[in-house]
Design a binder for this molecule. Sequence first.
Ligand code: NIG
Ligand code: FE
Length: 410
Amino acid sequence: MIVNMEKKFDTIWINGAFTTCEPDHPFIQNGAMAVTNGKIAWIGNMVDLQSTPELLSHHVKDLQGRCVTPGLIDCHTHLIYGGNRAHEFELRLQGASYEEIARANGGIQSTVNATRSLSEEMLFEQSANRLQSLMQSGVTTIEIKSGYGLDWPNELKMLRVAKRLEETFSIKIFKTFLAAHTFPSEYKNNQEKYVDLICEEMIPIVAESSLADAVDVFCEKIAFNITQTERIFKTAKKYGLAIKCHAEQLSNTGSAALAAKYQALSADHLEYASLESIKTMAESYTVAVLLPGAFYYLREKKLPPIELLRQYHVPIAIASDSNPGTSPILSLTLILNMACTLFGLTPIEALHGVTRNAAKALGIEKTHGTLSVGKNADFAVWNVNNPIELIYYIGNNPLYCTSRSQNIVE
Ligand code: NIG
Ligand code: FE
């Protein structure tokens, strides 16, 4: 018998269709979920509730059959930037390649110029608009990379904007330091000096001041080579930072295997990854983050090795890669659709890619990514009855509301 004065739960959500993303109990058709102190305290069938909802909580919310999923996690974005690259989009439509544009000082360098020229306030405002769009597609946790500053004042400016976005919007932001995105024009002919700067000056401050959670490297012919990448990984590890890698997006560099050798949280893109890379990733539990938005915008023909990833049980996450060059996309539900139509993922694989596996790609799977007792109460409520409908429609916004534990002061 529940004593009336002391309600058991802060809030209870009733009459919902829950997609938990847990392997054992993936769906609860007519269910309820209780939340206390920002954590999921109970989840199960309505008929198994130990009392009437009103006796369990002062706050009873009737979901009226709506679908509930874990809050979506966008585990790879470059959301903070100045300017846009619509002109490069036009050039690529006329036949120019991403590499050609990059070598001609367009590409990442042109966004670096635009980002450097913006004040911190303007950068915050422009990025806040993009973040709000992504949040409207059900995102409750997001990773944001630096990498359009490429000198200390501007990399720091980006990381400070990320922190301010986190505080302003009460959303968890995993911050990744990506000074190794490309060589800025002032170091084009002195690459090793730039790697020295990253390893000897920037990473130590990032780690000591807790400005970021991870370090990422774009390992590619037009960016950092495998030796430079390894040196940066070693430094990141030495300073206790997690590792991520833009790996094998445009060519086979062996970088996914290298990242896995350094226990990277994830290797991302992977269109050109080899069997060897995938085996190494499987051994080190490195998540494969697939980015269908970049594949689509670059009109890439080579698919990432989905079947091998499945065969070797490498967890597959998917993300927007939201950035001005290769993926100016601000909807994670559109990315879910692309993961199915372009990469052949099943809708449930895609959904796991933005929930449980995306949490693994950020190392936060103990607290995020599934609707399970003890995890943070981060979830999305949708105006649909079945999660497949989230993926099937393009252009409507089926989001009803989200709940973010970050809102709750514990
Ligand atoms: O993930 N490949 C490198 N980085 C981004 C693109 C960044 C840009 O072109 O501005 C990506 O695709
Ligand atoms: Fe990226």
